[in-house]
Design a protein around this ligand. Structure first.
Ligand code: URA
Length: 221
């Protein structure tokens, strides 16, 4: 659907618009409604052409997502880093290697029963944390990915992903070990692999969280 990408490209930068702009809310609602109708090909085209927030300005490329489009497990990270920005695939750097090990620890494999996406699809400069307006601008894409995959379980990796999936700010230390829901789909929150690389002592907690997620998948949670 070539028109969809072009329409996406015409949206301004809601992230930088003055809040008093009376058209901002209507534009955002129309954009969300349009994105909610896209099929996979049109969605990925739209993401690659997106100029809805400032993150488009310094990206090499947008990074839509990767994996099994009928996955039962959907992992959501924060946003692409330098390697992901170069290669166009989420979690291919050092944090990605740890994520692959975390998947393997619960018997999963990238691409099989697992879909991986990010809360924002474009790399934040210097790998800074995405801002709320950027998460909001990118949320329709994540929503559409979730609607298309229809996972049995969502796992938020780190605080921005949890914020995007739960529509509120949470501290990982307080949210882990609990079962949340997004539109009827259970959500589990755990540490981001990049955090775990810096804080290896917390890997044991992430392991507990993955075991909790696995129990929920088995219907025991
Ligand atoms: N960190 C993320 O949150 N996502 C990626 O794709 C890579 C690193």
């Amino acid at each position: 659907m070539p028109g969809a990408a072009a329409a996406g490209a015409q949206v301004g930068h809601p992230a930088t618009r003055p809040q008093s702009d009376p058209d901002a809310g209507a534009d955002a609602a129309a954009r969300s409604a349009r994105i909610a109708t896209l099929d996979w090909a049109a969605l990925e085209d739209d993401i690659r052409a997106c100029r809805a927030c400032v993150l488009c300005e310094r990206r090499e490329q947008a990074v839509p997502g990767v994996g099994d489009r009928q996955a039962r497990w959907m992992f959501v990270g924060e946003g692409p880093g330098a390697e992901e920005d170069q290669r166009g695939e989420p979690f291919v750097g050092q944090a990605g290697r740890l994520l692959d090990n975390m998947l393997a620890a619960i018997g999963l494999e990238r691409g099989k029963e697992v879909y991986i996406a990010n809360a924002v699809k474009c790399r934040p400069p210097h790998n800074r944390t995405p801002e709320r307006a950027e998460l909001t601008a990118c949320l329709p894409y994540l929503e559409r990915q979730i609607a298309l995959v229809q996972p049995t379980l969502l796992i938020a990796l780190g605080r921005p992903a949890a914020q995007a999936l739960l529509d509120r700010d949470v501290a990982i230390s307080a949210a882990r070990g609990k079962r949340f829901e997004r539109k009827g789909i259970p959500v589990v929150v755990t540490y981001h692999p990049a955090y775990l690389l810096r804080n290896p002592l917390d890997k044991a907690k992430a392991w507990e969280d993955l075991c909790f997620a696995r129990r929920l998948m088995g219907g025991e949670g």
